[in-house]
Design a protein around this ligand. Structure first.
Ligand code: PEP
Ligand code: MN
Length: 332
């Protein structure tokens, strides 16, 4: 249950009510206090005079539910706002991993040159094998921060585990919580306490409910800057890397009030499929796309097969622009 307490209820009193009700969290929001996670079906009589509104749910999708807030939440990626009534599809582009200053600079130039605003690049890579390239770590974060400074771009980078989450929060505009990391409570709780935008990627074996529950940890902990990212599920099919769940996207758009970003690169795993999929994603009227691009994909240290080269990335943008316009959106 979510409760809004009347404006005249003090913070101290709100704390008492939250603890009496066994609530997960409470916080001041505007003039009222918001209590979340109390597992009751109706407001106990002794609190009736202190409660202004209440919402009862039959499952754990609460703050993210359109039953609580109908409109899609507005979320910032650097200076760009997505969600709400903005009708903007932000195209976040860049390499899978930050590999060198030259490589990330070429990527920043590509993004800036196309009039886009957001650069991605992983520094702490959640590789399946310990023998693969693990990322440049803090050195990579510093390179991203340098590009942000020099080119005025927002930067998106992933947290592999909770040991370096504070550094990611310090250096990035958006903390990407990867498909393998989205169950990491250390990461989610640290993101909840920060005011940084968080992009949560759906695990490849994660139900929609579990996916949104991960977002609820961040929302209920006090951070409403949360974006969901669908990046493909593991199915019986082996010809493509994963299977992009557009049905799941339609379900999220109907029931969940968080902006949605789609990642056709990791879903397909093969560069030739990325542009057609990006067009299909854009046609759904989405809040963003995450697309991997590398100055020379053949020598990329991670996800080489799926990264577009810069020429292909430019072509892809040309192809999705009219699709976005056809559904009343603008690529930014
Ligand atoms: C990535 O974005 O490079 C990445 C590792 O993504 P995912 O967590 O979806 O596998
Ligand atoms: Mn990748």
């Amino acid at each position: 249950m979510i409760l809004h307490l009347k404006d005249n209820v003090s913070d101290q009193r709100a704390g008492e009510i939250a603890s009496e009700l066994g609530a997960f969290s409470f916080k001041k929001e505007g003039t009222h206090v918001l209590i979340t996670g109390a597992s009751m079906k109706e407001v106990p009589a002794q609190y009736e005079n202190e409660v202004s509104d209440n919402w009862v749910f039959d499952n754990d999708i609460q703050l993210a539910s359109r039953k609580y807030q109908k409109e899609t939440r507005e979320v910032k990626i650097g200076d760009v706002t997505i969600g709400g009534n903005t009708k903007q599809t932000i195209l976040i582009g860049g390499p899978c991993s930050v590999e060198s200053e030259e490589q990330i600079r070429q990527s920043a130039e590509l993004i800036k040159g196309l009039g886009l605003t957001s650069l991605r690049g992983g520094c702490y890579k959640p590789r399946t094998s310990p023998y693969s390239f693990q990322g440049l770590g803090l050195e990579g974060l510093k390179l991203l921060a340098k590009m942000r400074e020099e080119y005025g771009l927002s930067v998106v980078t992933e947290a592999r585990d909770a040991t370096h989450i504070d550094k990611i929060i310090e250096y990035s505009d958006v903390v990407q919580v990867g498909a393998k990391a989205m169950y990491d409570q250390g990461i989610l709780r640290a993101c909840a306490k920060s005011n940084k935008t968080v992009l949560i990627k759906r695990g490849f074996g994660t139900t929609l409910k579990e996916f949104v529950q991960a977002a609820e940890f961040v929302l209920s902990g006090g951070n409403d800057q949360v974006i969901l990212c669908e990046r493909g599920l593991r199915t019986f099919e082996t010809n493509t890397r994963f299977t992009l769940d557009l049905c799941g996207v339609a379900w999220l758009q109907e029931h969940v009030n968080l902006p949605i970003v789609l990642d056709p690169s990791h879903a397909m795993g093969l560069a030739y499929g990325v542009t057609p999929l990006a067009k299909a994603c854009t046609a759904m009227g989405i809040d963003g796309l995450l697309i991997e691009a590398h100055p020379n994909p053949k020598v990329a240290k991670s996800d080489a097969a799926q990264q577009l080269d810069h020429g292909q990335f430019k072509e892809m943008l040309k192809e999705i622009n009219p699709v976005a316009a056809a559904v009343g959106y603008k690529i930014v």
